[in-house]
Design a protein around this ligand. Sequence first.
Ligand SMILES: Nc1ncnc2c1ncn2[C@@H]1O[C@H](COP(=O)(O)OP(=O)(O)OP(=O)(O)O)[C@@H](O)[C@H]1O
Length: 299
Amino acid sequence: MSSNILAIEHISKRYGDVVALDDLSFEVRPGEIFGFVGSNGAGKTTTMRIALGVLSADSGQVLLGGRPVDLDVRRTIGYMPEERGLYPKMKVGDQLAYLAELHGLSRRDAAAAVTRWTERLGIAGRAGDAVDSLSLGNQQRVQLAAALVHDPAVLVLDEPFSGLDPVAVDVMSEVLAEKAATGVPVVFSSHQLDLVQRLCDRVGIIAGGRMKAVGTVDELRGRGRPRLVVHAPEAPSGWADHLHGVHTVSHGEGRTVLELSDDASDQDVLAAALKTGPVHEFSVNRPTLTELFREVVTA
Ligand SMILES: Nc1ncnc2c1ncn2[C@@H]1O[C@H](COP(=O)(O)OP(=O)(O)OP(=O)(O)O)[C@@H](O)[C@H]1O
């Protein structure tokens, strides 16, 4: 199963007059963690539901290891839905064992998988408790366990990090990295872009149902306009505004961040900065994923 590629190919989906997805394509490769980011309503959940096969696309297709996602293929996917979907009154251990058996594991293998994952996710002590007696963060750990107990060939997780405390974020991050290291393609959506930047091999930015940018974090950051950071403590506000092709992004406490158009000269900027007094720092910065995201979705 480790040669599985999850390929989303030209999918479109409308809800009445609302175009939720418009010719969206991307792929998640074996062993990679793919971050799927976009504003509220951009189409992430719709994409993931179509990838799982619980919602059908109007056109386009989803292939896992070259096969359309039918019932058999769907059983090999570990899915964490945004709306969650555990049985609130059922005991954690029973529920996970039930889900594992539903995915084809024998009773014995299911029990072993439940023990392994509840221990790994730090909820073994709660196996005998009803799901709704757990905190939301712990319920989310159970939800992740539910996505993992049948040893899935691919992981599709809708906002798995939302509402988690930093320790739970670390546990979730480690588990995703471990699964990816075994060759499983992992895709998750998130609004926590610092986390996406840290964790993901590649990222896709979706806006208005269209894929606006896909690449490694470095590739995406490299696409953004570079910024100059100038630390000139005596420079007054607006000191660089008269320079050709230079836009001041921010200025405060002697630090100025500037954006330069292609025909602007960084040497002219340096000369202008030196005229104001000493220059302690003069460096080029690439935008963060968060800055890039804002640029892409508002373009
Ligand atoms: N069942 C539905 N009926 C009608 N419109 C829907 C339905 N589900 C989603 N939509 C619309 O489709 C678009 C995409 O929604 P989707 O839930 O996929 O976005 P999202 O990126 O997951 O958003 P969020 O980050 O808020 O979870 C939105 O305009 C949404 O209002």
